[in-house]
Design a protein around this ligand. Structure first.
Ligand code: ADP
Ligand code: 5GP
Length: 187
């Protein structure tokens, strides 16, 4: 059987990764999003075991030691990681799996999987718009937003290492570019 593709999507917090991926998956329910583990506190709109598996720092460190994670990284003071069992079984079954992860984790996945994975970077139209989106989303404190914007500058520099870039200005256009990359035999 043909294996599924591993699609890694990164981009600054607030660029619209979650929004673009949600819309893509509504059109393509045959593809699946991997649920990550994190030690960050839950936000009002988070759903346990759906948006993330929420763990304490100690539980997360135990998962690292037990070899349960495909990759993990520290982001803005919290751990985030991809459980191996979110990925391997599905790929073998022929299902395309999307990882929505930050750049350090993405580079580690690339090192491990090589040509088996495709890296896509979702770019905001500008830093001003990014700040605006984070403020309007209303899910993060000012301190967290400041941290996320600082990290964004470094992340955007890393975007040259990605196979594809998608600017999320017009949402429908960004979704259709993502569809082109994943479905129309570009990869
Ligand atoms: P990320 O997952 O990258 O952190 P989100 O998907 O949460 O980003 O989007 C951040 C905010 O920007 C949300 O409030 C979302 O509704 C909004 N947003 C996403 N895409 C667009 C777009 N193309 N134009 C305007 N606002 C957008
Ligand atoms: P948020 O706190 O906004 O949900 O996520 C913060 C950052 O962590 C985002 O850039 C998101 O892509 C990244 N992230 C989410 N899950 C994972 C993961 O499993 N591994 C890594 N390396 N980063 C992740």
């Amino acid at each position: 059987m043909k294996e599924g593709k591993l699609i890694v999507i990164s981009g600054p917090s607030g660029a619209g990764k979650g929004t673009v991926i949600k819309k893509y998956l509504e059109k393509h329910p045959e593809d699946e999003l991997s649920v990550s583990m994190t030690s960050r506190p839950m936000r009002d709109n988070d759903i346990a075991n759906v948006t993330y598996y929420f763990k304490t720092k100690e539980e997360f460190e135990k998962a690292i030691l037990n070899g349960e994670l495909l990759e993990y990284a520290m982001y803005n003071g919290n751990y985030y990681g991809t459980p191996k069992n979110e990925v391997e079984k599905r790929i073998k079954k022929g299902i395309n799996v999307i990882l929505e992860i930050e750049v350090v984790g993405a580079m580690n996945v690339k090192k491990m999987m090589g040509d088996k994975c495709t890296l896509i970077f979702i770019m905001p139209p500008s830093m001003e718009e990014l700040k605006e989106r984070l403020m309007n989303r209303g899910t993060d404190s000012m301190e967290s937003i400041k941290g996320r914007l600082d990290i964004a500058k470094k992340e955007i520099k890393e975007s040259k290492k990605y196979d594809f870039k998608v600017v999320n200005d017009d949402l429908d256009k960004a979704v259709s570019e993502l569809e082109d990359i994943i479905k129309n035999n570009i990869i």
